[in-house]
Write a protein that binds this ligand. Sequence first.
Ligand code: SAM
Length: 240
Amino acid sequence: MENINEEANLREYFLNLLSKSEIKVPDEKIIQMLKFLELLYNKNQIMNLTAIREKKGMLEKHFIDSLLLTKVINDDEKSFIDVGTGAGFPGLVLVIYYPEKKFLLVDSVRKKIEFINEVIKELNLQNVTTSFERAEELIKDRRECFDVALCRGVANLRIILEYMIPFIKVNGRFLPQKLNLNEIEESKNALKILNAKINKTFEFNLPESMDKRIILEILKLQKTDKKYPRKIGIPSKKPL
Ligand SMILES: C[S@@+](CC[C@H](N)C(=O)[O-])C[C@H]1O[C@@H](n2cnc3c(N)ncnc32)[C@H](O)[C@@H]1O
């Protein structure tokens, strides 16, 4: 009985967050997202997947935060890569939200990708593949393949620009999520070298905590020189 009540409460809480954020999600996808939440919560008891340990916090700070991207993603964008997806944010939430789009979720830590593979199997998701390579390695067979690149919480903007811009097609978009605009100034050199520009910044507040969230829209203007990204570890040790 208690379980049924908890489930109903959480669902109500999620619906309320979605409504405050003006994000519409059909019923069958809500059910899938709540199953993903349950799997994450249970796995997080035995393995450190996220520092947010309670379900309501996960719903706001992981699920709603990931879904903010739906306000920026366009219908004609079909192929996505999420690097450093961790426990699946933002990528796996968007896999559920957009069954007609294709996703590649990447993390260098095998056990995180194994968790994601469990969720994919459990929810029978068909529009996603995964890899536990590092971005600097994976690029060799995925250069300029994706309409959109995603990356949340991985590293400073100038570092992730070097990881991500090479994956995107010319005229494609990189949509990193950030907490503030502080890293833009020091990323100017990286943007120039990688032939990319910041086109827009979108600002949001999470619906409960009111914490600020930023999504940057970065356009890839021309092909990236094949020497980028540099070898494993160099982008983070010696950022552009
Ligand atoms: C702080 S976690 C963020 C996870 C998730 N994106 C989120 O926002 O909850 C950063 C993740 O990036 C991964 N990572 C860092 N550098 C990477 C690289 N070069 N290639 C692939 N994954 C990387 C780490 O293994 C880690 O899981």
